[in-house]
Ligand binder design. Structure first.
Ligand code: MN
Length: 488
């Protein structure tokens, strides 16, 4: 993981005299240090900016600093905004305006005109907000006291979204084989995603992967087998199948690492020279933070890697998912999600089992090993990125994952059961109206608000289906957005 940090730029001006500026400087230092203790990424105090030049120089530095994933601004005192124009106009990093103040309350006895001149964020942050509005800057505004826990959570979530933006801009996807024949929703404009999201999506021959697999040694397979045994219960006698998956994993990882790729896709229609569709191999790669998409779905693969990076510790509980089948019994309506093989064990409620089963679809000569488990219960989202032709749309739906209500002993794959918002059928109508795919990224620790922030940073359309969404409202929203995005 790259070490990301966020720069704290405090606005002021020269009129106040050195005494006030020293106090602002000391407090900004203290706030950055305290925030660093409670936020997922460090806050680095850079400057109390008093001139156009200072702001512009700091922004230029931020643009070129790889570790800097975004800037956070705040005006302890008044900072005339014309001096921010050149800097903000040049800004290429995510931007959060943190409307806070140093003191939590108004000190009844102490307050006088000196106190007012020092503590005038209510005044300064409004001037600061105007210029970003006038510049039409994509930004996040977070208001509240800097020691408040709810504010920490929101700042932290924004930071994670900004890290998602940084990871997205460096994303390289390795494709083995093309998209599954005739499928529409997994297609997309690779040039457009590189322009908007930074993704480099390119193809490598399946034959190159097979060649790489042939260089994997028995000792390397032994080492990975030891790791499988540590993390999973081996529930099959077919050890040869597990060893074959280990060989696939080592070869895919080697090729990705060599090319700097963080995500890959393949298709069961093109496994020439391979005995098994990578199942366990893909699952264990996802557990390590790599993105994956089945049937050549490179969009969902890259999104999986981005959402993983946005999650806890830079590798959260996010996974490639597919809507499979419904339980439409009145009063207990649920979706059942799974995939042919490849569901990331970061979703697992308990220790996954390695099983081998026949796979009827595709070119599998041998029964592929895969991890089988139930998904955790809890609030989550599913996200789908689709290409609308000329623009990208990110659709996010809130869901409530549940412990699967039946054991399904003959289902040979990992499974997650959930209730979509606002309810299964209304949520389904909304999802289909918006054009959401059957492939999604399911995440327990990336929220819809984080994805809204991320979409704003990447300048793509965002659609949220929540407990408050109705099909009528959504239809109107989509019509309006269609117009807006044609004009943009
Ligand atoms: Mn699929």
């Amino acid at each position: 993981m790259k070490k990301f940090e966020f720069w704290f730029i405090v606005g002021s001006q020269d009129l106040y005299g050195q005494g006030v500026l020293d106090t602002v400087d000391a407090r900004a230092k203290e706030m950055a240090a305290e925030l660093t203790k409670v936020l997922p990424y460090p806050v680095v105090y850079k400057v109390t900016a008093k001139t156009n030049r200072e702001i512009t120089e700091t922004v230029k530095e931020a643009n070129y600093c790889e570790e800097c994933a975004g800037i956070i601004t705040w005006c302890h005192t008044f900072s005339p905004s014309k001096m921010w124009i050149n800097g903000l106009a040049a800004l290429q990093k995510p931007y959060c305006h943190f409307a806070t103040q140093y003191n939590v309350g108004i000190p009844n006895e102490e307050i006088d005109m000196d106190f007012m001149n020092l503590n005038q964020a209510a005044h300064g942050d409004r001037e600061h907000g105007f210029i970003a509005a006038r510049l039409r800057m994509p930004r996040k505004v977070i208001a509240g006291h800097w020691q408040d826990e709810a504010v920490h959570r929101r700042l932290g979530d924004w930071m994670k979204a900004a890290v998602g933006a940084a990871v997205s801009r460096g994303m390289k996807v390795m494709r083995f084989g093309d998209n599954m024949r005739e499928v529409a929703v997994t297609e997309g404009d690779k040039v457009e995603v590189q322009i908007k999201l930074g993704w480099q999506v390119n193809t490598w021959a399946v034959g190159d992967l097979v060649k790489e697999m042939n260089t994997v040694t028995e000792a390397e397979i032994d080492a990975l087998m030891a790791e499988y045994e540590k993390n999973y219960d081996i529930a099959t006698d077919n050890i040869a199948s597990i060893r074959y998956q280990a060989k696939e994993e080592i070869a895919i990882k080697r090729m990705m690492d060599r090319e700097g790729c963080k995500a890959f896709s393949n298709t069961f229609q093109d496994l020439y020279g391979m005995e098994q569709l990578p199942g366990l191999a893909s699952q264990h790669l996802m557990a390590q933070g790599y993105g994956y998409g089945g049937e050549g779905d490179w969009k969902v693969s890259a999104m999986t890697a981005v959402l993983k990076a946005m999650g806890e510790g830079g590798n959260g509980a996010s996974a490639f998912m597919e809507d499979y089948t419904y339980h439409l019994v009145k009063g207990q309506e649920y979706s059942l999600g799974a995939h042919m093989l490849e569901v990331c064990p970061s979703l697992a409620a308990d220790k996954p089992r390695i099983e081998t089963h026949h796979l009827g679809i595709g070119m599998n000569e041998k029964d592929p090993a895969r991890l089988v488990f139930e998904g955790k219960a809890g609030p989550a989202v599913v996200a789908s990125l689709i290409d609308m032709g000329g623009r990208l749309r990110l659709i996010v739906q809130d869901i409530e994952a549940v412990k699967p209500i039946m054991p399904m002993p003959n289902l040979p794959v990992a499974r997650v059961m959930w209730r979509a918002m606002p309810d299964l059928t209304t949520g389904l109508e909304c999802w289909i109206t918006a054009g959401g795919a059957h492939h999604t990224v399911l995440s327990y620790d990336v929220s819809a608000e984080m994805l809204r922030d991320w979409a704003r940073m990447m300048d793509i359309e965002f659609v949220h289906i929540s407990k408050d969404t109705t099909p009528e409202k959504l239809e109107e929203e989509l019509l309006v957005k269609d117009l807006i995005w044609k004009l943009k």
